[in-house]
Write a protein that binds this ligand. Structure first.
Ligand SMILES: [Zn+2]
Length: 419
């Protein structure tokens, strides 16, 4: 729908009513349903008196870094080979780090060969000095030169020989780095990179005149591969990663004279359709007020913060002055307890929450595991079934009765946590 001439020069603030929110009657005829949902998660902050400031859009927290500026300047939107998958395979291969780094250079074609030297006018000929019969490209050195092809002929399983020698450099690397096919007790990917790495070392030795006589290169590669895999297994066997332990996690009632506030956010996608919920309970676990909020479309941390904001809001309105706030997002607890950079896109909402927290009451903030925050989670999920906006529940919801009762009797759930 065409925007009428008189409306075109409107500022955003002219479409916002303090205390009421967006003037949707004037906005919705011109925007899609999706834009409306995104808009619903945004507020114009005129309460905290904050001012406009510069924010760096290349970083999610709005702060400037040289790294992100470099990434922006060198960004290339043209379609090109997606290297992510191939790098991923390289870093997963069981091999010494220097071998993996070498292979990473190989697929970036950053290994110096005569072909490359010749292109840069650094030498007279691009020919291979070892066989004098082909251009010395990376593939020639590592695969096609008779010095290496003989080794490969005996290492590669017969059924795959043809494909092995016709693949392009990236196909060749990607196909052989797959770590699933086994040959004897050696994993092929490990043997493949070890052979390529030694192919390069032998080549350097030939060129610089340091290679002695090798009795059996094929035997050597096979033994080396066994050694690498055995070393890997013994290292893996001796350290089992961080120690974890199963623990029973339950909602805990507030201390005497305190009220517990649990809040949570939920989002389907990040950003995606998002909701929040929260509930106030007393020492017996009895419902003292709750809410569900259908936000629209926003990011997961934003949904969490909306939950905190409205939770604090109803706690304050109901006159509770000692509140234990529990959230299951460590990021959000960090924002609330240690603060947030003013250039962070979420800083407006963190500031709104701080505005509440600094009132004349006591709010303790703690991180809890999801298992101790099930009722708030239930409310947030329930909000997906509700119309956009805020919904207050003075008494407990039938749909969530079982969680209320389980929490009240201290029912716990198992959780595997690092200790
Ligand atoms: Zn050659």
């Amino acid at each position: 729908m065409e925007i009428p001439a008189g409306e075109r020069s409107l500022c955003v603030r002219e479409l916002w009513k303090n205390g009421m929110g967006w003037d949707l009657a004037r906005i919705t005829p011109f925007i899609s349903q999706k834009t409306k949902r995104q808009l619903m998660s945004v507020v114009l902050d005129n309460i905290t008196g904050s001012i406009d400031r510069m924010s760096w859009s290349e970083q999610s927290d709005g702060s400037f870094t040289v790294k992100s500026a470099y990434a922006m300047l060198t960004r290339n939107e043209l379609p090109r080979q997606n290297m992510e998958k191939i790098f991923d395979r390289i870093w997963r291969v069981i091999a010494p780090e220097r071998v993996r780094v070498f292979f990473w250079l190989v697929v970036q074609q950053a290994v110096m060969t005569n072909s490359e030297r010749h292109r840069r006018h650094l030498c007279e000929s691009s020919l291979c000095q070892v066989c004098n019969s082909g251009e010395e490209t990376i593939l020639h050195v590592l695969r096609d030169c008779p010095a290496m092809s003989g080794v490969w002929q005996r290492l590669v399983p017969p059924g795959r020989i043809h494909q092995f020698f016709v693949a392009s450099l990236l196909e060749w690397a990607y196909g052989n780095l797959k770590n699933s096919e086994e040959q004897g007790d050696n994993e092929w990917a490990t043997m493949f990179v070890m052979a390529a790495w030694w192919g390069w070392k032998w080549r350097c030795g030939d060129v610089f005149g340091m290679t002695g006589r090798w009795r059996d290169r094929v035997r050597f590669i096979k033994d080396l591969t066994k050694e690498v895999l055995a070393a890997h297994r013994s290292v893996k066997g001796s350290c089992n990663g961080p120690v974890r332990e199963e623990r029973m996690i339950a909602w805990s009632p507030p201390a005497e004279g305190w009220t517990k506030l649990n809040t949570d956010g939920a989002s389907r996608g990040n950003p995606g359709l998002a909701t929040a919920g929260g509930v106030l309970r007393d020492g017996e676990g009895a419902w003292r007020g709750g809410f569900a909020l259908n936000i629209g479309i926003c990011s997961a941390p934003l949904a969490e913060l909306w939950g905190v904001y409205y939770g604090l809001y109803i706690a304050w309105e109901r006159g509770y002055r000692r509140v234990e706030l529990e959230v299951d997002s460590e990021i959000v607890v960090g924002f609330l307890t240690t603060g947030i950079s003013p250039s962070h896109p979420l800083s407006f909402l963190v500031r709104l929450c701080h505005g509440f927290i600094s009132r004349d009451w006591i709010v303790r903030i703690a991180h809890v595991y999801r298992e101790a925050n099930r009722l708030a989670d239930g409310l947030a999920n329930y909000a997906f079934t509700l119309p956009l906006g805020f919904h207050l529940f003075n008494s407990r919801l039938d749909a969530l009765n079982s969680i209320v009762l389980e929490d009240a009797i201290g029912s716990a759930r198992l959780r595997n946590i690092p200790v």
